[in-house]
Design a binder for this molecule. Structure first.
Ligand SMILES: CC(=O)N[C@H]1[C@@H](OP(=O)(O)OP(=O)(O)OC[C@H]2O[C@@H](n3ccc(=O)[nH]c3=O)[C@H](O)[C@@H]2O)O[C@H](CO)[C@@H](O)[C@@H]1O
Ligand SMILES: C=C(OP(=O)(O)O)C(=O)O
Length: 423
């Protein structure tokens, strides 16, 4: 089994380059199933989740070939099936995003309930509500979901009870080839939705309103080949921004989009950090505060504070002076990192979706577990600032969402490595 071992590293300094966004690349790869000509995707991050979704596509008959490390060519012109294999579906949440494209392309799909991080129940009712509104008949088994639209999908107005990112993406993809117009009300506004829509529009789709809460999709007859570069990963960028803050360092974050991380910039300033943005708004420099001050954060759909940065920011707040409060409104079980931070000497009390933190002067290294992807990132950050050594297990979670986080942190002066341990 592999673990990550982190030692107090002092202030991290230097520049780091941000990869393409996992959460943009995954739906875009799923959307490639809609294309009847080859698609070339650039800036695709090298992550285990990306390998899984590409395997799902291959299992459906798509031809996948890496032209370079981060450039993949996907040819879905001769798909052979509409049934996504259970073993792959179980491995991550985003695998469910093939349902919309398959339904659009074949008028039927057979998939299984998706796996992924256990940060909440994560139902798929809003995805299915959308498919049903478009005319699909959906049969739900214990773990199997079948959807059929024998006469094709037809546009409708769909109101989402919550601006779900995945449901918005799945419904957009299903509606691209539907007859007439689909309107998604209370749609998610995340940058990853905008990137997906830009990609689909380049393929010939007719979608307006991405980035607002009303998205209008006029169905077209077919989608063609295209070349597209995935947007930078705002969550990876935010993780390195917090790394600068927690180590009281000075990190320049290259190839990011500043407007995508506005809540992180605002909250780091409240903690006492200095944040500089270049004129092109694609390079950030974060200088940590000598004595960080506690603050409150509340996760919300975009443009609110991202739930995917809650754990990392909490790690910072554990060593910030005074009291802080973290409120998680998006997922009902996203405090699993709290128990691990407690092992490192943090003082945190949780009550349902609220965590109250009393800052301590220093954390202590401990044996901890990455309970999910961002929890793992939070423990790395905590370990960088803790006295002694921190050993993190279950690091496969971290590999789902960070390409070479160990190498990137090393290049900033961190004492961090992967080690093999006997069970
Ligand atoms: C691959 C990917 O892009 N993952 C991101 C995506 O996940 P994902 O798309 O799964 O997140 P959603 O926005 O759908 O989920 C948000 C909330 O809505 C609920 N919900 C969702 C769908 C549904 O049918 N019914 C329902 O009740 C969920 O349980 C959750 O409480 O957005 C989340 C919220 O920003 C991020 O944390 C994830 O990193
Ligand atoms: C929760 C996340 O991913 P997923 O939706 O793929 O589980 C994440 O990226 O933090």
């Amino acid at each position: 089994m592999e673990k990550i071992v982190v030692t107090n590293s002092g202030p991290l300094t230097g520049s780091v380059n941000i990869d393409g966004a996992k959460n943009a690349a995954l739906p875009i790869i799923a959307a490639s199933l809609l294309g009847t000509e080859p698609i070339i995707l650039e800036n695709v991050p090298n992550l285990s989740d990306i390998e899984v979704i590409l395997e799902v596509l291959e299992s459906l008959g798509a031809k996948v070939e890496f032209l370079e490390k981060n450039t993949v060519r996907i040819d879905s012109s001769n798909l052979t099936g509409y049934e996504a294999p259970m073993e792959l579906m179980n491995r991550m949440r985003a695998s469910f995003l093939v349902m919309g494209p398959l339904l659009a392309r074949f008028g039927k799909t057979m998939t299984y309930l998706p796996g992924g991080c256990a940060i909440g129940k994560r139902p798929i009712d809003l995805h299915l509500k959308g498919f049903k509104a478009l005319g699909a008949v959906v049969k739900e088994g214990i773990d199997k979901i079948e959807a059929t639209a024998e006469d094709g999908l037809r546009g409708d107005v769909i109101y989402l009870d919550f601006p779900s990112v995945g449901a918005t993406q799945n419904i957009i993809m299903a509606a691209t080839l539907a007859e007439g117009e689909t309107v998604i009300e209370n749609a998610a506004k995340e940058p990853e939705i905008v990137d997906l829509v830009n990609f689909l529009n380049k393929m010939g789709a007719n979608i307006k309103g991405a980035g607002t809460s009303a998205i209008r999709i006029k169905g077209v007859n077919k989608l063609t080949g295209v070349q597209h570069a995935v947007i930078p990963d705002r969550i990876e960028a935010a993780t390195f921004m917090v790394a600068a803050a927690i180590t009281k360092g000075d990190i320049t974050i290259e190839n990011c989009i500043a407007s995508h991380v506005m809540p992180i910039i605002a909250k780091l300033k409240e903690v006492g950090c200095k944040v500089y943005v270049n004129e092109d708004q694609d390079v950030l420099r974060v200088v940590g505060a000598k004595d960080p001050i506690g603050t409150d954060i509340k996760t919300l759909p975009y443009p609110g504070f991202p739930t995917d940065v809650q754990a990392q920011f909490m790690a910072l707040l554990t060593i910030a002076k005074g009291q802080s409060k973290v409120t998680e409104t998006v997922f009902e079980n996203r405090f699993m990192h709290v128990d691990e931070l407690l092992r490192m000497g943090a003082i945190i009390a949780t009550d349902a979706r609220e965590a109250r933190i009393a800052g301590v002067p220093v954390l202590k290294g401990a044996e901890v577990k990455a309970t999910d992807l961002r929890a793992g990132a939070a423990l790395i950050l905590a370990g960088l600032a803790a006295e002694g050594k921190t050993y993190i297990s279950d690091i496969y979670h971290i590999d789902r969402g960070y390409d070479d986080i160990v190498g990137k942190l090393n290049s900033l002066g961190a004492k961090i490595s992967r080690i093999d341990v006997d069970l």
